[in-house]
Structures are given as C-alpha cells and as structure tokens.
Ligand binder design. Structure first.
Ligand code: PGA
Length: 248
C-alpha cells in the first residue's frame, strides 16, 4: 500500500484531486468509482477547478456510484445521485448520462442489485475506485461483518452510520435505514483504489487497516489484500489512533 500522510483535509483533497486528474488525463475513458459523503467532497471540488482551468475533457469518463440510499428519489437533496450530479456533472456542465447509480426507488431491490452488478461488468469494471472509510471501518455501505465475497446488495444501515450521516439531514429519523451498496468483492475487482481518511474519528479504522490484518469486523482491512491501493491520510487520523492504542 502506498501511504501518503498529509497535514490536513485540505491537503488530502488537493493530493487526491491531482491523482484523479492525472488518471483521467492518461485515460480519458476512465471508469471512475465514486464515493460520496463528507470525505471526498473537497477532492471533487479541486478536481473540478483543475479540469476547468486546464480544459480537460471528462465527457468520456464514466462514474460508478458506490452506493445509494433506499427510498430516496434521485432529486432528493441527500440522494447520492444528486450528490455526484452536484459535485461533478453540474459544475463541469456534463450530461449525467454516464453517471451510473443504483436505483434506490426500485420496486424490486434484489433485481436492481443484480442489474447494477451487470452494469459495472458491462463497463468492463472500475479502473479507479475512490473510497472513504466509515468510523466503524465500513467501505461503501459494507458494514462490519459483511462477507468479503459480497456483490452489490441491500444493507441495513447500522445506528453508528445513521448517526454519522444525520448531519446531512434535518433530523436523524430522516436518515434512510437501508441502502444499496456495491459489494466488497466488487470493490476488490477495481484495478486501483484511492482511499481517503481524515479526522480523529477515522483513526480506529485507519489503524485496523495499517495493522496489516484482515478482519471481517473491519471491512476496510480487506484492502490489505488489494495489489494497488493508495491511502491519503491526515495526521490527526493517525495520531489519535496511536493515543488510543497506548491507552489500551
Ligand atoms: P464520510 O463517510 O466521508 O462522510 O465521513 C465516509 C464513509 O462513510 O465511507
């Protein structure tokens, strides 16, 4: 694993955006797996600025969302379709026809999971997958205990995840209880992975990963088996963990 330690979230976002920019420049038809949530937002912002400044053409890039809430319409303020539209497609003035996102309103969620898995296969898989990590070690919405063999599936969100995401909603009760997520085996098929982690609340998960162990209770540790992972991690996401492990 290539570990890049940075001072703060701002630096993480700039470094992340440069990696994305270079990859898209190298391969204008990149299939980019996109995470949502707080962590990658700055990375997308810097990427958009650089793409506009340098007039890079993103019209042939395909984005593959990692997950979507069950029960939210595309245009709901907190849907992940809307997130990726607002963070990439709208500022770059791109038609969102290459934005692949699971349909959280599907009447047959199991069929939707199978369809989405097929859609990823038809795109010839993900070239570069951006990941954040949950404080409980989840990647995508693959919560602790999820099989490493899992493909795209419906998950019941843990209380910890719903609490963490309540900051985006007016009330915690509004956070959906389920989501569709790309599975761990699907994530592992990505040709390369860019993992971003910032803030002391991520330190336990980061330390589980950097311990080198493989532990189904910390889904992020599966990345120890992937041949091409870059982790950009802020100092505070490392330091607090050191204190924690000293306390034990
Ligand atoms: P966050 O979430 O970026 O909003 O902290 C990360 C995740 O849940 O994967």
């Amino acid at each position: 694993m290539n570990v890049i330690t940075v001072n703060d979230e701002q630096e993480m976002s700039v470094r992340g955006s440069l990696i994305l920019f270079d990859e898209i420049k190298r391969n204008p038809e990149l299939v980019l797996g996109v995470a949502t949530g707080g962590t990658p937002a700055g990375t997308y912002e810097h990427l958009v600025d650089k793409v506009l400044n340098e007039k890079l053409d993103l019209s042939k890039v395909t984005t593959v969302n990692l997950d979507e809430y069950v029960g939210l319409a595309r245009d709901h303020e907190e849907s992940y379709w809307r997130y990726i539209y607002e963070h990439l497609y709208e500022p770059l003035n791109l038609l969102p026809d290459r934005a692949l996102v699971p349909d959280g309103l599907s009447e047959d969620l199991q069929a939707e999971c199978l369809r989405y898995e097929k859609v990823i296969e038809q795109a010839d898989g993900v070239d570069l997958q951006i990941l954040g990590v949950g404080r409980n070690g989840h990647i995508g919405f693959n919560e602790p205990g999820t099989s490493f063999e899992s493909k795209t599936h419906v998950v019941d969100l843990t209380e910890s995840t719903r609490e963490a995401n309540a900051r985006f909603f007016e009330r915690k009760e509004e956070v959906p209880t389920q989501a569709i997520t790309v599975g761990i085996s699907t994530i592992m098929k990505s040709r390369s992975i860019l993992l971003l982690a910032s803030g002391p609340e991520k330190s336990e998960a980061v330390h589980a990963l950097l311990s080198g162990r493989i532990d189904q209770n910390w889904p992020v540790t599966v990345l120890n088996e992937h041949p091409s992972v870059t982790l950009i991690v802020t100092k505070d996401a490392l330091e607090k963990g050191e204190e924690d492990s000293n306390d034990q």
